[in-house]
Ligand binder design. Structure first.
Ligand code: NAG
Ligand code: NAG
Length: 199
C-alpha cells in the first residue's frame, strides 16, 4: 500500500515535470510568441511603447526578431497613416463651414503632410535597399528624412494654434497629426536602435 503510493507519487511527479517541460518548450520555441515578445521588447526603446505595441504586434510574423524589419514595418505603418490623414484633410478643407483662416491652415497642413509622405517614401526605399556597402550613407539619409518628417508634422499642428481656430477642426486635425507624429517618433527611435546595434 505504502510502496504503491510512493510509486504512484513518483510517477505523478515525473509526469508533471514532463508536462511542464513540454509546456515551457512550446512557449519558448513557438515562433509567433517569440516574435510578439520581440516586438514588445523592441518597443521599450520608443517614447510611446503602448502605441508601438498596438501598431506593430499585428506585423510580428513579418518582423520575426529583426530590428531592421521592425524599423521598416514602423515606417510602413507611419506612411499609410500619413497618406490616410492627408486624404481626409483634403476632403475637410473643402468644408463650407470652415473660416478662411482655417481653410488656409488646412491647405498648409496638407502640403506639409505631402512632404512627410515623400520623406517617408524615400526612407522606405533606402531601407529596402540597405546593404553593407551603402549602409553609412543610407542610414544617415533615413535618419535625416524621418526627422524632417517629424518637423513637418509639428509645423502643421502649429498652424492650428490660436483662438480664432474652430474648435472641432482644430481638435480633429491636432489629434490626427499628433497620432502620426507619435508613430513617426517611434519609427525614428526604432531606426536609431537598429543603427546602434548594427554599429
Ligand atoms: C513594407 O511595405 C512593403 C510595401 O507594401 C511590403 O512589401 C513590405 O513587406 C513591408 N515591410 C514590412 C517589414 O512591413
Ligand atoms: C548595395 O546597394 C546598391 C544600391 O542601393 C547597389 O548598387 C550595390 O550593388 C549594392 N551592393 C552590394 C554589395 O550588394
Amino acid at each position: 500500500m505504502g510502496e504503491s503510493f510512493r510509486l504512484n507519487h513518483h510517477f505523478l511527479a515525473s509526469f508533471l515535470i514532463t508536462i511542464t517541460i513540454a509546456t515551457l518548450k512550446s512557449v519558448y520555441t513557438t515562433t509567433p510568441t517569440t516574435n510578439t515578445e520581440f516586438v514588445k521588447s523592441a518597443c521599450t526603446y520608443t517614447t510611446y511603447p503602448r502605441l508601438c505595441i498596438a501598431s506593430l504586434s499585428t506585423h510580428a510574423t513579418l518582423i520575426q526578431t529583426s530590428p531592421k524589419l521592425m524599423a521598416h514595418a514602423a515606417l510602413n505603418i507611419t506612411l499609410a497613416s500619413a497618406k490616410a490623414t492627408s486624404a481626409m484633410m483634403v476632403r475637410l478643407s473643402s468644408n463650407v463651414q470652415l473660416k478662411p483662416r482655417e481653410v488656409s491652415a488646412m491647405r498648409d497642413c496638407v502640403e506639409e503632410l505631402g512632404d512627410t509622405v515623400e520623406e517617408l517614401r524615400k526612407s522606405i526605399g533606402e531601407m529596402g535597399q540597405l546593404n553593407s556597402s551603402n549602409y553609412e550613407v543610407y542610414i544617415s539619409d533615413i535618419q535625416t528624412w524621418v526627422s524632417a518628417a517629424l518637423t513637418d508634422e509639428n509645423t502643421c499642428t502649429d498652424g492650428f494654434q490660436g483662438d480664432e481656430m474652430n474648435g472641432k477642426a482644430k481638435v480633429f486635425v491636432r489629434g490626427r497629426i499628433l497620432f502620426i507624429a507619435h508613430l513617426t517618433s517611434n519609427a525614428l527611435a526604432l531606426i536609431n536602435h537598429f543603427a546602434s546595434i548594427h554599429g
